[in-house]
Write a protein that binds this ligand. Structure first.
Ligand SMILES: *[C@@H]1O[C@H](CO)[C@@H](O)[C@H](O)[C@H]1NC(C)=O
Ligand SMILES: *[C@@H]1O[C@H](CO)[C@@H](O)[C@H](O)[C@H]1NC(C)=O
Ligand SMILES: *[C@@H]1O[C@H](CO)[C@@H](O)[C@H](O)[C@H]1NC(C)=O
Ligand SMILES: *[C@@H]1O[C@H](CO)[C@@H](O)[C@H](O)[C@H]1NC(C)=O
Ligand SMILES: *[C@@H]1O[C@H](CO)[C@@H](O)[C@H](O)[C@H]1NC(C)=O
Ligand SMILES: *[C@@H]1O[C@H](CO)[C@@H](O)[C@H](O)[C@H]1NC(C)=O
Length: 826
């Protein structure tokens, strides 16, 4: 992804859909494969129009051991396709040296999707942004002479072509394109280029044309898309990314292309220094339903599973946990009610499939802020989307002689133009609460060993310059860390001076004569920051060592190769004199000593380096301990609440950077739990190593497991029955009594292997609040608890009809009632 929030195009939406299906571009199928083509309505697979729901799952953000379960949950959630980027800098870390092992095994991932019967949309990039370090480009490209990324530039195009060919050739050899019988039905070239195109002036448009031609020339046999590129050259399809494509997308740029939404953001990515924004299930469902109502045929959720930015793969100021708020959370657990609500939406849309794909589209007003979108072939085949755009009030609308109640900002889907099967604002799926359970503490001094990182002085450096070097160009991204060191004479006694350092990235720790004097950092939205500290100097030679730390490389914007990081100016004020060290002789050291001797490795580097834990808690200290894997299958995570900033490794594998001391605008850390994939662990004797930059306390670290321990349902007695109860019975043309006579019910389901052990709250009546906070209202059936306990205790799944009959009588006739049940799973 992503255009930064706020890049939502404000182009009016054109009524393109009524244009006749015309000039379908046909990609010929080779032997035994499927043909994938498209026209103005949708993609066609083997000549059949398709409404497709897709979800992004990025293979390197989870592990091969997690892939099968993630994909099967996506499938059960009603997805037809999985979308992933291809991560160039993982696959070609050094020019010409390729790596497709482990989490990088793209072919294995695609085959896993294929085995579960889903399609794949492959976004080759090669630029991907994606909150991924350097936007997916390998850092060595930076040093290719004369290179200008993503423009009409010979060296860049040479490497982009070479890489795209390599990937496509590999996938073809494995017969993974649909044209060959494989699952890949779409490919994407470039990514949100329109955001930067203007900056490249006359070098922009020819690059777009070249990229499109190059992609088509790779002969994958499946269509290509460019997202956010409204001038994508034929036959490449332009697609929409954003939060509200139903409202903002200007439509395909040619009458023979379908409306495709490649990134329907399931929340907004997090970054240090940004407000955390969540997106509700209702809001997502509204915009997806609107997009479909307006003729859209393909929606991809970004992300469906975000996962983990392991190692140093996160882009600058991006936390390790990625889109934990997606329908599948970081650990792959169902995020309810988002997952369930979207599943119901998919089912409702699929019930409309026939009229959607072959009916005639009309829309008309139902009121001041209400409108209808109707797809109709004949009276038997008709589907309608009734939209209430009023964000405050319920609306009562009349449609085909029947009356419908629409909650604020909602869409009702009527698969037969008569009965509402789903409303985007009525969540009938259960809520779930994930809880971490502490399984092991590390609170005794004997459990830890430490290694105090060396603070290099100018005399110990070999790289020298009479200027402040740019950080990325100096480290070549081999480390987050670069030491800038200075040496100078101080002649007067009892001297104090004021040190002022300005930096562009990202974190700075200052030491004088080996002593720590302070830190400073920037943030996602303001990279420039200043450290100002009084320096305790001694008479004679003084040494200042400044450690500049990058928390990821930048991942977007034009001219990425020209971005700069590291220190920009250093001055010291001695009494009335200002000394400028910006152009003074400085000595450099790339990386930390602990990195060079590989302290994170199995056996923790040579034993000799480690000493007993001293509780002195100096900044820049390495810590290690040994632990056993928690029993069971629940996902495992490390509670680093007591730590500051650094990186953690388990059995030699980095589980990512942590930065607990960076607080969000509400005063909370962005992330305190750090995922340790089960596959990184053995039953016992696991090595945990941390590099702590600040003064964090390792005795406060613990290991926990994650599980859904609470489930909750809230359904009112006028709620629609779950769409799932419609499926598989061909009810659309069937008997309307059986199909719509169903009563609303609360359904609860614990994760597999757990059962409901207690009912925390139960009220049939008018309980106030929602599944987060609730209380009994003025109307409450005294049977509530007994009836729910009877139905649910000891069961993995239970279902309670929301009706007075079920509760042995109406506790308050004439009042609208609902049932709220909150229960514990163990
Ligand atoms: C896409 O859908 C998700 C729900 O999956 C929603 O939360 C998100 O806001 C939507 N994103 C956009 C850009 O509309
Ligand atoms: C029909 O839909 C189009 C596209 O969204 C819109 O511009 C137009 O105003 C709608 N017409 C009515 C009558 O709602
Ligand atoms: C990068 O470093 C090299 C020397 O290693 C230097 O020649 C070049 O000018 C530097 N480039 C930038 C952009 O700083
Ligand atoms: C201290 O004296 C030395 C030589 O006597 C001179 O080079 C240096 O600049 C002086 N330092 C300061 C901070 O005045
Ligand atoms: C960014 O932070 C610096 C302080 O280091 C401040 O001078 C500058 O005004 C800030 N810029 C913005 C846009 O907030
Ligand atoms: C995480 O650790 C901190 C102490 O470092 C502790 O206060 C907190 O309760 C732990 N969190 C959980 C959920 O156990």
């Amino acid at each position: 992804m992503i255009g930064r929030v706020g890049h939502i195009e404000m182009i009016s939406w054109l009524l393109w859909w009524c244009l006749l299906l015309s000039s379908a571009i046909v990609f010929l199928a080779d032997h035994g494969g499927s043909s994938v083509t498209y026209d103005s309505r949708s993609l066609l697979i083997n000549g059949k129009h398709k409404i497709l729901f897709s979800g992004s799952i990025h293979y390197p953000r989870s592990t091969p051991q997690m892939w099968p379960s993630l994909i099967s949950k996506a499938r059960a959630g009603g997805l037809d396709a999985i979308d992933t980027y291809v991560f160039w800098n993982l696959h070609e870390p050094q020019q010409g040296q390729y790596d497709f092992s482990g989490r990088k095994d793209l072919v294995r991932f695609i085959k896993e999707v294929q085995d579960q019967g889903l399609y794949v949309c492959l976004r080759i990039g090669p630029f991907i942004e994606s909150e991924w370090t350097y936007g997916g480009l390998p850092f060595w490209l930076h040093d290719v002479p004369g290179i200008v990324f993503r423009s009409d530039n010979k060296p860049f195009k040479y490497h982009m072509l070479r890489y795209a060919k390599k990937i496509v050739k590999m996938l073809k050899a494995e017969k993974l394109y649909a044209s060959q019988g494989g699952p890949i039905i779409l490919s994407q070239i470039e990514n949100e280029y329109k955001n930067v195109e203007a900056a490249f002036r006359e070098k922009g448009p020819p690059y777009v044309r070249w990229a499109a031609k190059m992609a088509v020339g790779l002969h994958t046999g499946v269509p290509w898309v460019m997202c956010k590129q409204d001038d994508a050259p034929d036959p490449v399809i332009n697609a929409c990314n954003g939060l509200r494509c139903g409202e903002t997308f200007a439509g395909p740029n040619s009458p023979n292309k379908p409306a495709i939404w490649t990134e329907n953001w399931t929340s907004v990515y997090q970054a240090y220094g940004k407000k955390t924004r969540l997106r509700s299930a209702e809001d997502i469902a509204f915009h997806v339903a609107l997009f479909i109502a307006k003729g859209g045929s393909f929606v991809n959720y970004y992300m469906y599973h975000g996962g983990t930015n392991f190692g140093r793969t996160a882009a600058e100021y991006v936390p390790t946990s990625y889109y934990d708020q997606a329908p599948l959370d970081e650990y792959g657990l169902l995020r309810q009610p988002k997952y369930g609500h979207l599943k119901e939406l998919h089912a409702a849309v699929k019930l409309c499939r026939k009229p959607l794909l072959s009916g005639k589209w009309t829309n008309f007003s139902l009121g001041h802020l209400q409108e209808a979108f109707v797809f109709e072939r004949h009276s038997e085949e008709c589907a309608a989307f009734l939209v209430n755009n009023d964000g405050r009030r319920n609306a009562k609308v009349n449609f085909k002689k029947k009356s419908y109640k629409l909650p604020p900002k909602s869409i009702s889907i009527l698969p037969d133009c008569k009965t509402a099967a789903f409303n985007t604002a009525q969540v009938s799926t259960q809520y779930g609460t994930r809880l971490a359970k502490t399984r092991q503490n590390f609170d005794s001094i004997e459990q830890w060993k430490e290694y105090k990182e060396d603070i290099p002085s100018f005399d110990k450096t070999s790289l020298r310059a009479n200027m402040l070097l740019e950080q990325m160009n100096t480290t070549k991204d081999s480390s987050d860390y670069l030491w800038y060191t200075f040496r100078f004479q101080q002649n007067s006694s009892n001297a104090h001076s004021l040190l002022t350092v300005n930096s562009l990235a990202h974190n700075l720790h200052a030491f004088v004569n080996g002593e720590f004097i302070g830190s400073a950092h920037g943030s996602h939205d303001n990279k420039s920051f200043t450290l100002q500290k009084r320096l305790p100097l001694k008479h004679g030679t003084n040494y200042v060592s400044l450690l500049s730390v990058m928390t990821g490389l930048p991942d977007g914007g034009a001219y990425l190769e020209r971005r700069v990081a590291g220190l920009r100016s250093v001055t010291m004020q001695f009494k009335h004199e200002l000394h400028d060290f910006t152009t003074y002789l400085s000595g450099y050291k790339v990386g930390l000593l602990g990195e060079n001797i590989q302290l994170h490795r199995n056996h923790g580097g040579a034993k000799a380096y480690w000493s007993r834990y001293t509780t002195s808690r100096q900044p820049l200290t390495w810590y290690k301990t040994i632990f056993d894997a928690p029993l069971g299958d629940d996902p495992v995570a490390l509670n680093l609440s007591s730590m500051g900033k650094g990186e953690a490794w388990v059995n030699g594998q980095s589980i990512g950077r942590y930065w607990v001391s960076f607080l969000d605008p509400n005063g909370n850390p962005y992330q305190t739990w750090y995922h340790i994939p089960r596959s990184f662990l053995k039953p016992s004797g696991n090595l945990l190593v941390l590099l702590e930059e600040e003064k964090g306390n390792p005795l406060g670290i613990s290991i926990g497991t994650m599980s859904i321990t609470k489930v909750c349902g809230l359904v009112s007695n006028y709620h629609l029955p779950p769409v799932s109860s419609w499926q598989g019975k061909n009810q659309i043309n069937g008997n309307s009594k059986t199909k719509y006579g169903r009563r609303p019910k609360v359904q609860l389901r614990c994760p597999r292997g757990r059962t409901i052990s207690s009912v925390l709250f139960s009220s049939f009546g008018n309980p106030s609040g929602d599944c987060e906070t609730y209380a009994i209202g003025s109307c409450h059936s005294s049977n509530s608890r007994a009836i729910v306990e009877k139905a649910c205790l000891g069961k993995e799944i239970c279902s309670i009809p929301v009706s007075s009959k079920n509760f042995h009588g109406d506790p308050c006739p004439g009042i609208a009632k609902s049932l709220l049940v909150d229960a514990k799973c163990t």
